[in-house]
Design a protein around this ligand. Structure first.
Ligand code: KG4
Ligand code: ZN
Length: 329
């Protein structure tokens, strides 16, 4: 079964073709990073206009790369949320139009769940369930019990900023470009992670939940305090604090839920610093990472999970709507 996936939740217009939920035959992504960089974050109105401009060219490129025609597509999968509502509507209506014209089924896919599927697309080995799912992205910080390929039970999340959001905000404080994650990682390489004593927040009575807004504020105060500023040391100390926190909570959750395998998703998991750190301490745990092409926002993960959902619950109809919240169950 050939599935075409469409992703337009935020600032990437992406279209991919995936066969049987496994084989990626095209994975085209047009990023709007340059467009939003001057504003230090995504401007929804500009994002929508760019999605409209890029959707058809990306569709054409994706079909050409896969070497198929529109009539060869068996299922249209689209990210219906969470994300910017206007941006989501553009992808959704494109998918509806394509499904209607081609008389093929349509399926809506949750972007955050799809991030976990990115890792499943990246491994040839069988995954043992239940696994621990970990989503670290610009909009989400989630631990979830992955009971099967597409069956979830939420464990914990962030009570304020997402981890990627914290990286982006700290980058802004340090006058680094958007998106901040890769910039912080690069700058941190030449910094001393012990110079500043930053720690991520703990949530009272909920030991596996996350809180990053206090950490971001601590960085802001360190910068404002004046005196001699050491940006590389700030970046390194901040990154260490954020990763120390996720590492501890991930291993604690794997232990208490009896998971031997950990499945990662989301843009922050592109960090080599994070990967090295967790791999060094994984012991007998198996860590399943997304390859870089499916770690950051992409449509292959949408097409892939779309295939699995279609097998499981069948198609959606044309009244399918966007869903800006995340509901795991
Ligand atoms: O999953 P993603 O592409 O989009 C969302 O669904 O949010 O994640 C983007 C986020 C941004 O916040 C970006 O700063 C962060 O992932 N990111 C990183 C790194 N690469 C991207 N954060 C830390 N270290 C990195 N190397
Ligand atoms: Zn994402």
């Amino acid at each position: 079964m050939r599935v075409l996936g469409i992703e337009s939740t935020c600032d990437e217009t992406a279209i991919a073709v995936v066969e049987d939920g496994r084989k990626i035959t095209s994975n085209c992504v047009v990023s709007q990073i340059q467009l939003h960089a001057v504003y230090g974050g995504v401007v929804p109105e500009l994002a929508c206009r760019r999605h409209i401009d890029m959707l058809l060219p990306v569709l054409q490129q994706s079909l050409e790369t896969a070497g198929v025609l529109l009539e060869d597509i068996d299922l249209f999968a689209v990210a219906t949320g969470p994300g910017l509502v206007g941006a989501l509507l553009i992808g959704l209506h494109a998918a509806k139009a394509l499904a209607l014209i081609q008389r093929k089924p349509l399926i809506g896919v949750n972007h955050v769940k799809a991030h976990l599927y990115g890792a499943l697309l990246s491994t040839q080995e069988e995954v043992r369930y239940p696994a621990l799912g970990v989503v670290l992205s610009g909009g989400h910080t989630e631990l979830v019990l992955l009971k099967d390929v597409a069956a979830y039970e939420p464990i914990s999340n962030t009570v304020d900023d997402a981890i990627g959001e914290a990286f982006d905000k700290v980058a802004k404080i340090l006058h680094l470009p958007y998106p901040g994650g890769p910039e912080i990682e690069r700058l941190a390489m030449s910094g001393d992670p012990h110079r500043y004593r930053f720690t991520a927040g703990q949530v009272k009575g909920r030991p596996l939940h996350f809180s990053f807004s206090g950490l971001k504020t601590a960085v802001l105060y360190a910068v404002r305090e004046g005196g001699e500023m050491h940006p590389a040391d700030i970046a390194a100390s901040f990154q260490k604090a954020a990763f120390e926190d996720v590492e501890r909570k991930i291993f604690a959750a794997a232990d208490s839920f009896g998971c031997n395998t950990i499945v990662f998703g989301g843009g922050v998991t592109a960090s080599q610093t994070l990967r090295r750190r967790l791999e060094a301490k994984a012991g007998t745990l198996r860590l399943v990472w997304p390859t870089l092409d499916v770690a950051l926002d992409n449509a292959a993960m949408i097409a892939g999970l779309g295939f699995q959902l279609y097998q499981k619950v069948g198609a959606d109809n044309l009244s399918l709507d966007v869903e800006s919240r995340l509901i795991w169950s």
